[in-house]
Design a protein around this ligand. Structure first.
Ligand SMILES: Cc1ncc(COP(=O)(O)O)c(C=O)c1O
Length: 456
């Protein structure tokens, strides 16, 4: 077995990421599909490659000098890659981010010693507060500073031409027929596409775009349509500008993916493939789903997943965040969903002719507040701790009373497929629980407490 060698610094570990087959998520697609999993880079994204390339090219060209400050506008991942390069090479780093980026991305940059400026998302690129303008202003103000500007800096796509493209070609032994990736600055798609098409011009290049971005329309019509631009939720892909790194001639097709589909597939990739990935990975995978009619059994698809899901735990992997945006395909919960939470524990009942002391003993033993009363195989009443308490304060000898003397009306009965919202309406100040009919002689109970726990 050949183990990895020892490295001189963290920058040497950039690249040579694994190609991992997708198995379950794409079972219905008649093609071989592999993922280039870029979170194996030390900064957990593909951007480490281009960040290092931009810094080293700038050093060679004399644009970045010892003791200098690097200033970049970034959706977070380029900032992380730059942070690694700046730490090892001894530069200061300032990043401007738009406020739609996840808090995790900002905190990670701060953890790596970068200074972070958070700028509004909903402003035009030439607005003085945009993250492009703030970076450019800081670059003018701060002496000995260098602004790589990843959008137009062609070292970006060069990094992928020199590393990512050759890796994919080697790892697929030249069998690749389709390359799929999200497009932001365009560095990844253009660099990889150039290398692959030089090897085999028939390889198809598909770019994932977002609704709210200019790429697809520009690619298909040559028109930069400002009406296409609106703010969207997906992070890392789609643009409101035309970066020089996007080589439109190398891209065969742009496919737009909704914010919802990108998020839903990101979650599916985690659960079905064990790949905890960033939001744009779901968008890139969605392109394969949307284009699957174009794929044949002999096709060999490589989809590149840009970054790691840890940066999106508070977003796509958070149910509340997904629900707030209408991204969760939740069926309404039913009574049975709640009964299933009782984990097989049987329904506790008390007979109407038993003494109340027996009912009280059961309330204590099972730590419950109410208990259905049965006579034969019928529910004839209910005992609730509030009734017991009231009778005690009235001075009655509760323990020696018959259950039938103290019980109130039986709890309402619902079918197991009843919508939980309807079940809630049956529970009020007087009625503390509902009985659920599972089959003819099997019942269970949903209490006020269960409803609060389930719906909170
Ligand atoms: C998470 C994520 N996905 C995709 C991209 C797009 O890659 P590229 O800029 O090379 O087009 C980026 C770039 O910022 C990104 O951060």
């Amino acid at each position: 077995m050949a183990y990895r060698k020892a490295y001189n610094n963290i920058l040497e570990t950039i690249g040579d990421t694994p190609l991992v087959r997708l198995n379950k998520i794409c079972q219905h697609i008649p093609a071989t599909i592999y993922a280039k999993v870029e979170y194996f880079n030390p900064g957990h994204s593909t951007k480490d490659r281009m960040a290092l390339q931009m810094i080293e090219d700038a050093e060679r060209e004399g644009k970045l000098k010892p003791g200098g400050t690097v200033i970049e506008c970034t959706s977070g991942n380029t900032g992380m890659g730059l942070a690694l390069a700046c730490i090892v090479k001894g530069y200061k780093l300032i990043c401007t981010l738009s406020d739609k980026q996840s808090k995790e991305k900002m905190d990670i940059l701060r953890a790596m010693g970068a200074e972070v400026y958070v700028c509004p998302t909903n402003v035009a690129p030439d607005h003085p507060d945009s993250y492009y303008s703030v970076a450019s202003r800081l670059n003018k103000e701060i002496p000995n500073s260098y602004y790589p500007y990843q959008y137009d800096n062609l070292s970006n796509r060069k990094a992928h031409y020199l590393t990512t493209g050759p890796e994919i070609w080697e790892q697929t032994e030249g069998k690749i027929t389709h390359f799929v990736v999200g497009v932001g600055t365009g560095g990844t798609v253009s660099g990889v596409a150039k290398f692959l098409k030089e090897k085999n011009p028939n390889i198809k290049i598909w770019g994932a775009d977002t609704y709210g971005s200019v790429f697809k329309k520009y690619h298909e019509t040559g028109i930069f349509d400002e009406k296409e631009i609106y703010s969207y939720i997906t992070e890392g892909i789609g643009e409101d500008i035309l970066p020089k790194n996007v080589d439109f001639g190398l891209i065969d097709h742009f496919e737009k993916v909704t914010d919802k589909d990108g998020a839903v597939y990101t979650r599916e990739l985690a659960r079905k493939e064990g790949l905890l990935l960033g939001y744009s990975a779901g968008s890139a995978y969605a392109v394969i789903e949307q284009m699957r009619h174009e794929l044949k059994p002999e096709d060999f698809v490589v989809v590149l997943f840009n970054d790691h899901g840890s940066r999106y735990i508070g977003k796509v992997f958070n149910d509340d965040w997904m629900r707030d945006r209408g991204f969760l395909n939740e069926r309404n919960k039913t009574a049975l969903d709640l009964v299933n939470r009782h984990n097989g524990t049987p329904l506790v009942t008390v007979g109407s002719e038993e003494l109340m002391s027996a009912a009280i003993a059961k309330l204590k033993k099972f730590d419950i507040s109410q208990i259905p009363v049965v006579s034969g195989n019928k529910f004839v009443g209910a005992i609730d701790e509030r009734q017991i308490f009231k009778s005690m304060t009235d001075g009655r000898d509760v323990g020696n009373m018959r259950v039938s003397e103290l019980m109130s009306a039986p709890f309402p009965m619902v079918d197991s497929d009843e919508d939980l919202r309807k079940v809630m309406k049956l529970v009020d100040k007087e009625v503390s629980a509902v009985l659920v009919k599972i089959d003819e002689d099997k019942h269970h109970i949903i209490t006020r407490h269960d409803l609060i726990a389930a719906l909170h």
